[in-house]
Design a protein. Structure first.
Length: 265
């Protein structure tokens, strides 16, 4: 993805902040537990969260007694996050780009990016994250993949809708099983100031009604960025497919990956 395309797409989520909050799933409790354990953080430790969205990870971190500074690019997303975190006075939500917000080097016990790391400038995202950590602090990256499983036939059938309505859809696209998703991430594995990267993976299923699934799609950057006619045509095609062939309900399988490494120098 070019820098221009990334910058354009990463701002789209703010246009759907309320729907994003309602439709986007959170993170499995086991992954959050592993994050806290592997990072070695507990009550009163200071966490920097990059791209908090509306608080899908921020809330469970705050509930564990952590102090959190959450940086969010979108002002509407940040507004909803502050509402969701009103009961946690030790959480601060800062509006701005991670690459530009003024933050004190060496002041965080954990820097975490959940489903946001790929939106950051690849030239600085690891180096700046490490610089913000105290010696021995942890950098954590959580990613989510849509993998084979759940309503597999539906997702195969849905490609016809994408090929018709989204010109960026590559032909022959198919979902890979979790075992086929690479475990290596050289950007972290080979970072000179990070120790061993600990990887944890968890597959899980989410069941959606037709409208629930369409609402999730309406929060995806690629769908938001489509011209209105193409977006409406795509969502209409997918909705008709779920209602017509799948009884108004489908299941999507997710793979959530957690990587944690500690600053060594």
């Amino acid at each position: 993805m070019t820098d221009t395309a990334r910058e354009s797409l990463r701002t789209t989520f703010d246009t759907a902040a309320t729907r994003y909050d309602a439709a986007r799933p959170g993170y499995p409790r086991a992954i959050v537990d592993e994050l806290v354990r592997l990072a070695g953080v507990g009550p009163d430790d200071h966490v920097l969260e990059i791209g908090c969205g509306t608080g899908q990870l921020t809330v469970p971190l705050a509930e564990r007694g952590l102090r959190v500074t959450a940086v969010e690019l979108g002002p509407e997303l940040a507004r909803v996050a502050r509402r969701n975190l009103a009961a946690h006075p030790r959480v601060e939500v800062v509006v701005g780009a991670f690459e530009e917000v003024a933050l004190e080097p060496g002041s965080f016990d954990l820097v975490v990016a959940a489903t946001s790391f790929h939106w950051l400038d690849p030239a600085v995202r690891v180096e700046r994250s490490v610089e913000l950590l105290r010696p021995g602090g942890a950098l954590a990256v959580i990613g989510t993949e849509h993998v084979a499983g759940g309503s597999s036939a539906f997702f195969a059938d849905a490609q016809d809708c994408y090929l018709r309505w989204d010109p960026a859809t590559p032909p022959g696209l198919f979902l890979r099983p979790a075992a086929a998703i690479p475990t290596a991430l050289p950007e972290l594995d080979d970072a000179p100031r990070l120790g061993t990267v600990h990887l944890r993976r968890r597959q899980w299923d989410a069941e959606y009604t037709t409208e629930q699934y369409l609402d999730v799609l309406r929060t995806y950057s690629g769908h938001i960025a489509l011209p209105p006619g193409g977006r409406d045509g795509l969502l209409g095609c997918i909705g008709a497919l779920i209602d017509g062939r799948y009884g108004g309900r489908i299941t999507k399988r997710y793979l959530t990956e957690l990587r944690v490494a500690h600053r060594t120098g």
